[in-house]
Design a protein around this ligand. Structure first.
Ligand SMILES: NC(=O)c1ccc[n+]([C@@H]2O[C@H](COP(=O)([O-])OP(=O)(O)OC[C@H]3O[C@@H](n4cnc5c(N)ncnc54)[C@H](O)[C@@H]3O)[C@@H](O)[C@H]2O)c1
Length: 322
């Protein structure tokens, strides 16, 4: 019987890249997505149509999730489940917490109900550095206190907790990947997209949220997918929480603004806001410990600066600006 991997949120930025990689490795994937942020056109690049199936499903609706898995399992077996669907717009979730409750937490909860019902043992979860909150300059290991300062981070942490309980009850394996900021194409959101869009509207000025001193780690999506697939191939059991990131302490928002300005509109003036937060819930800086990732045999090939430079060019091409 054919065996497929399921990717929730697979029509989004990271999900479409993951789908491409799995298909390139000879696996078949079923993508569950409600297309709220993802796009069917992103799946055009995934390749081999007979290895990719798309189902439009709202993961926040339990009946839709159960029906989707029943349909998938009626004709094939399911191997790994990669849970990437979530609200990826942190500011939208601050304005309306229901968005994170539904798309981030309920989607996880409903997925776990389905995995228990259909006895699916292996889950890979896209979590985030936002679960840690603001630890200042401290190096953050996976054991650090989790004090999210956004609804987005809170609902990711609640999802992690629900997954941990499910691992005690019925999951054989649950990998929880805590991503940093991820950049590349097909971009759906993020600081580079925002800067390019602003410069397209007003080529002579670029307004930056906050004073530009926020410093964060950026990982190119190709490195992220390498890391996920690498960890996924290791024989792990139980719950494994892993920080994934570049091996540096990040770049400032000022430097990202300069990179994008130099690429798109070199004469533009940078206008900074006030305070070291871009918006409520923004963590001004974080610095990951990657000891666990390194012990699992993975190191990213690009640093934060290189990731931002490469992604800026790629996103500018995607947006038709270069
Ligand atoms: N991009 C980053 O910098 C970053 C950083 C940390 C964590 N993550 C996590 O990685 C995952 C993928 O993020 P992304 O950047 O590709 O974002 P994205 O918005 O491009 O992808 C998320 C996908 O989930 C889908 N989705 C949302 N709600 C849904 C629902 N109720 N039912 C079905 N589908 C739904 C969207 O349509 C979209 O295709 C998310 O879980 C995100 O929280 C991303």
């Amino acid at each position: 019987m054919k065996c497929v991997d399921v990717i929730t949120g697979g029509a989004g930025f990271i999900g479409a890249n993951l789908a491409s990689r799995l298909v390139r490795e000879g696996r078949s994937v079923v993508i569950l997505d409600n297309l709220s942020a993802g796009r069917l056109e992103f799946l055009g690049a995934v390749g081999s149509a007979e290895r990719v199936q798309f189902m439009r499903v709202d993961m926040a609706e339990r009946d839709q999730v159960l029906d989707a898995f029943a349909e998938i399992l009626s004709v094939q077996a399911v191997g790994d489940v990669w849970h990437l669907c979530a609200n990826s717009n942190i500011q939208a979730g601050t304005a309306d917490p229901d968005i994170d409750l539904r798309n981030t937490f309920l989607s996880t909860y409903n997925l776990l109900i389905a995995m228990r019902k259909f006895e699916l043992p292996t889950l890979h979860f896209a979590s985030t550095s936002a679960v840690y909150g603001d630890h200042g300059e401290q190096m953050i290991a996976e054991t650090a206190a989790t004090r999210p300062i956004s609804n987005y981070g809170a609902m990711k942490l609640a999802s992690e907790a629900q997954i941990s309980a499910a691992a005690e009850a019925f999951l054989r394996r649950a990998d929880i990947y805590r991503f940093p900021n991820v950049v590349g194409t097909p971009a759906t959101h993020g600081v580079i997209v925002d800067f390019i869009a602003k410069l397209t509207q007003t080529p002579r000025r670029l307004d930056v949220l906050g004073d530009g001193t926020q410093r964060k780690c950026y990982l190119h999506v190709n490195d992220l997918i390498d890391a996920m697939v690498h960890i996924g191939s290791r024989s792990l059991t139980g719950v494994t929480i892993i920080n994934i990131g570049p091996n540096d302490s990040g770049v400032t928002v000022r430097s990202i603004a300069e990179t994008v300005r130099d690429l798109i509109s070199p004469d533009a003036e940078l206008i900074f806001g006030e305070g070291n937060k871009g918006w409520a819930g923004d963590v001004p800086r974080f610095h990951y410990s990657l000891e666990k990732l390194t012990a699992l045999g993975f190191q990213s090939t690009r640093g934060s600066r290189e990731a931002v430079q490469q992604a800026a060019r790629e996103i500018a091409v995607q947006m038709g600006v270069l």
